[in-house]
Design a protein. Structure first.
Length: 305
């Protein structure tokens, strides 16, 4: 049995469609179909079946996916045990992290990690939290930095461990000369007549902000759907919009922008996630410890007013 073909089957089970599985694996739908057809020939067993316009797993396909996940967990444990037998921390470690934590925390943490373990090669992929968690469970990354907008920390997860990293309070971003910028704190209802700039590249955070507005009794008037935080900050600095930002986003000065505390305080929890089979992997643990040190220092030192 070819492990790559097993993982392709598992990705189809996770994503639900050939197109989504192909996108996740950076392959064409045709390549996915060919791999699954070869796996069926290898096993002489039907693993998928046509259902309407799509493809669904058969009972045998679902059974094989469960075994594939067990095999990958055992391989994770094997890699961890072998890594523990080394005299140094080396090799490759893949990390998925969303933009604000990458800019404020991760780059500095990796600099310190590289100084301590020069033979450890860390590869960072910027992903929205939900994408990072999906990459982790698909074995496309080894560690994912996520928040509780992407996952409920209170739910028991069979595939991965969650380590609390920090709590990150939200702040109102206002033009520096806005009348409300003189206030020491603001409520969401104070912003009901404002125009909003939202980062549309992060759907979970944008949806969360819109939900806060609705709970405060108004529908946000959005005058800027931005493909990144840079344009959000520019719209606010220009006096065109207001927005919300996490403390991590505000860890560096933003010219023309005043950050005001939100009351009652609203926080998101930031977490590190890694697969349970790698809980004892020395490289994973070294990364977790360094990121935690860096995050706590930055959030304490740079919290706005």
């Amino acid at each position: 049995m070819d492990m790559n073909r097993l993982l392709t089957l598992r990705e189809l089970a996770r994503c639900g469609t050939m197109a989504a599985a192909a996108q996740a694996l950076h392959l064409t739908p045709s390549a996915i179909s060919q791999q699954l057809a070869q796996l069926e020939r290898d096993l002489d067993t039907k693993l998928t079946e046509r259902r309407g316009r799509g493809v669904a797993l058969t009972a045998a396909g679902h059974a094989l996916v469960r075994h594939a996940e067990r095999l990958m967990s055992v391989l994770d444990e094997a890699r961890s045990e072998l890594a523990q037998l080394r005299t140094d921390i080396a090799g490759e470690l893949r990390v998925a992290a969303f933009s604000s934590i990458s800019v404020a925390v991760l780059a500095g943490a990796l600099r310190s990690l590289q100084a301590r373990h020069p033979r450890l090669r860390v590869i960072v992929s910027e992903m929205e939290a939900r994408e990072g968690l999906a990459a982790l469970t698909a074995w496309h990354t080894d560690v994912a930095v996520i928040d509780d907008l992407a996952v409920d920390p209170g739910v028991r997860h069979h595939a991965y461990e969650l380590v609390p990293l920090a709590s990150d309070a939200l702040h109102v971003m206002l033009p520096a000369k806005h009348p409300l910028a003189r206030r020491t704190s603001l409520r969401m209802s104070d912003l009901k007549d404002a125009s909003w700039a939202l980062d549309s590249s992060n759907s979970s955070f944008g949806d969360f902000v819109a939900g806060l507005c609705r709970r405060a009794g108004f529908e946000p008037h959005v005058n800027a759907h931005c493909a990144g935080f840079e344009l959000v900050a520019a719209m606010v600095a220009a006096g065109c919009s207001v927005s919300l930002a996490s403390g991590l986003r505000l860890s560096r000065p933003l010219p023309g922008v005043k950050a005001v505390r939100l009351r009652p305080e609203i926080q998101r929890r930031i977490l590190l996630a890694y697969r349970k089979g790698e809980r004892d992997h020395p490289a994973v643990q070294a990364l977790v410890e360094e990121v935690m040190r860096c995050a706590r220092r930055i959030l304490v030192e740079s919290a706005p007013g």
